[in-house]
Design a protein around this ligand. Sequence first.
Ligand code: CA
Ligand code: CA
Ligand code: CA
Length: 163
Amino acid sequence: MLPAFVTVSVTDCNDNAPKFSNTEYHIQVSENSVVGTRLVQVHAYDPDVGANGLVRYDIVSGNSKQHLTINSQSGVLAVNQSLDYEEDSKYTVTVRACDGSETSDECNVAFAVIYVTVLDENDNAPYFIDLSQALFEPSLRLVVLICPVLSPQAITSTPTQQL
Ligand SMILES: [Ca+2]
Ligand SMILES: [Ca+2]
Ligand SMILES: [Ca+2]
């Protein structure tokens, strides 16, 4: 009797979630960086096969003003709009990695956080404040210097006294 051979094909299921190589990234960027400047590339690995192992990236929080953008396929985080240290000096961006095909409703996810520190540049010239408006504008910080006031009589009566 001849031995019977049975061929068993194992089909892949999407039973692995993506896993980030780092769950935290800390980067610094000059506020003068031009739009399109690449900041960091995140990466998540998924051992599944085909679409089950395809990883897409998106930003889920920390980017309400759309100053940053991430390439959904490469995971490259880049400057999307001009940065301004005087407006926002830090961003805490949560990035999600999602597996499966784009048409699939279900996916496994993983998260990483990117801490972006904006570095100050000397991009503002000094300017004078109109003191007459500053007196009525509570948002302006006005430092008032109080100097002693001497009467003319006091000055003339003590000519050797120094202020
Ligand atoms: Ca997977
Ligand atoms: Ca600025
Ligand atoms: Ca500045």
